[in-house]
Design a protein around this ligand. Structure first.
Ligand code: FES
Length: 162
């Protein structure tokens, strides 16, 4: 089957890529663009390790065809930090809260958390738990992830009087 030419932005950088129509966005991000922060887990949409943002929606990159990303903007953990900073406040909050275990599920959790906070700056514990619900972890670190997201929400909240 002929390759498809796609144009997309990944972490703000424009790319034009020739991709097999059956290849997942996960494979293209990891193998073609060397973005190893996007983790490969189950490959079946069950574990959340591969979560990235496409046009600011959280998706499982393992189930998302690279060809579907044509003309879209993709953000991975590598592009999350704002200009001039090495880490996004959500990343800092995960570190400060000890919500990082072996690290395999962490990028996906952080992408889902930042997606939640971009829509809801003051989520309840239930809303946070729901947003992180699709993530599977083998080492137990996500038990602290809810607290990490609360901490991130506080650090992202505008200072009183602004
Ligand atoms: Fe995509 Fe598990 S690798 S959901």
């Amino acid at each position: 089957m002929a390759k498809k030419i796609i144009s997309l932005k990944v972490n703000g950088e424009p790319y034009e890529l020739a991709v097999d129509p059956w290849r997942s966005l996960l494979d293209v991000l990891r193998e073609d663009l060397n973005l190893g922060g996007v983790k490969a887990g189950c490959g079946q949409g069950e574990c959340g390790a591969c979560t990235v943002l496409v046009d600011n929606k959280a998706v499982n990159a393992c189930l998302y065809l690279a060809a579907e990303a044509n003309q879209r903007e993709v953000m991975t953990i590598e592009g999350l930090a704002p200009d001039g900073r090495s880490l996004h406040p959500v990343q800092e909050a995960f570190i400060e809260s000890g919500a990082v275990g072996c690290g395999h599920c962490t990028p996906g959790l952080i992408m889902s958390a930042s997606h939640l906070l971009s829509r809801n700056q003051n989520p309840s514990r239930d809303e946070i738990s729901q947003a992180l619900n699709g993530h599977v972890c083998r080492c137990g670190a996500p038990a602290k992830a809810v607290g990490a997201v609360e901490r991130a929400a506080q650090s992202l909240a505008p200072a009183k009087g602004e």
